[in-house]
Ligand binder design. Structure first.
Ligand code: BT5
Length: 328
């Protein structure tokens, strides 16, 4: 075990302060070496108080995204069993794709404290400031054709909404296909990318960005963005949320590839805020306005138009009445 991890364990086990001298005796290293290790733990996100003549104490509010914290209590078989955490990176989706090309294993996750090139769909920017959010991607190697894998975004959305409800009690809903909303504002976005041949997927990367502990947003997002802290009124542990998302997603993923639509479609529809509302969407060159009435087992949104047609939308931007303050 690294010295840093041993110090961390002592701090976690103690209700009171531990002096630098005690730690230095226990580990057989100098007090300045203890101090260096404490600083390194702080850099990883642990909140460690130090008081003259008393020593060090770890705050309960510590929310360090480290491989050890993520592994501790993670109840999955493969999702998140291999973890890489970066203080800063361009985009966790890009990193997952780079690692996939080098042979990284199914279920590996890539987590960043901050992204300087966070991506939304269609080249849009995903704001990923340091410390407040959960920005990560999971690499999947499903043995399935691309059409089946296209539903991964929907499964991930259902997993995130369930995890948010379980961890915070907030009523998180899905705006088809890739947003999670609380009330009328976006708390999470999902970006799925895949590399495939016509009948076989090489790998898929599901990128998930959740606004967790933000207390405000830049002006251009205030209308449409919210965070779990703003909605629940208290700070939320990113590690606990991540563990719940991974568990829910792995369960849905396994059931989906074993039992198909049975496992996810009914609960997805129940959590989908787009249904039974007026929506507008595009299909090819055509603009479709109507009521969203259903979701197919292929993951398409079914829109019933005023002239009685049922049109299936499979991707793209959908404006939903009342969400993000928009009108179709
Ligand atoms: C998405 O795109 O919602 C997909 C976002 C996926 C982000 C994750 S983070 C980990 C992984 N690594 C990446 O690089 N990406 C993934 P889209 O539906 O196109 O929505 C993008 C729009 O959401 C932007 O044009 C903004 O209007 C808005 N937006 C940007 N940052 C936001 C934020 N932090 N919270 C809420 N809305 C945001």
């Amino acid at each position: 075990m690294k010295k840093e991890d041993i110090i961390l364990q002592y701090l976690k086990e103690s209700d009171d302060y531990i002096s630098g001298e005690d730690l230095s005796k226990k580990l057989g290293i100098s007090r300045s070496a203890i101090w260096k290790n404490i600083n390194s733990l702080r850099e990883s996100g642990y909140v460690i108080e130090s008081v003259t003549n008393r020593g060090y104490r770890i705050a309960n509010s510590s929310d360090a995204l480290t491989p050890n914290e993520i592994a501790d209590g993670l109840l999955t078989e493969s999702f998140g069993k291999i973890v890489a955490v970066y203080p800063e990176i361009d985009s966790t989706n890009e990193e997952a794709k780079r690692q996939a090309q080098k042979g990284a294993l199914h279920g590996s996750i890539y987590v960043a404290e901050q992204q300087n090139g966070g991506k939304g769909r269609l080249g849009r920017v995903w704001k990923s400031p340091p410390k407040s959010g959960l920005w990560f991607s999971i690499l999947l190697r499903p043995d399935a054709p691309p059409v089946q894998v296209a539903n991964l975004t929907l499964l991930a959305g259902l997993a995130v909404s369930r995890a948010i409800c379980a961890v915070t009690g907030c009523d998180a809903k899905i705006k088809w296909p890739n947003d999670i909303v609380i009330g009328s504002k976006k708390v999470c976005g999902i970006l799925t990318e895949m590399t495939a041949e016509i009948d076989r997927v090489h790998f898929a990367v599901v990128g998930i960005g959740v606004n967790v502990n933000d207390e405000s947003f830049p002006e251009e997002l205030t209308e449409r963005a919210t965070s779990l802290r703003m909605e629940s009124g208290s700070p939320v542990s990113r590690v606990t949320l991540l563990q719940h998302i991974l568990k829910e997603f792995e369960t849905l993923y396994t059931e989906y590839f074993l039992h198909g639509k049975e496992s996810w479609l009914v609960p997805y529809k129940e959590s989908c805020v787009s249904l039974n509302r007026t929506v507008s969407a595009t299909r090819g060159q055509e603009k479709v306005i109507g009521t969203a009435v259903d979701i197919t087992d292929g993951g398409e949104l079914v829109v019933q138009t005023k002239d009685g047609r049922r049109v299936e939308i499979n991707s793209g931007e959908v404006v939903v009445q009342g969400i993000y303050g928009q009108t179709p």
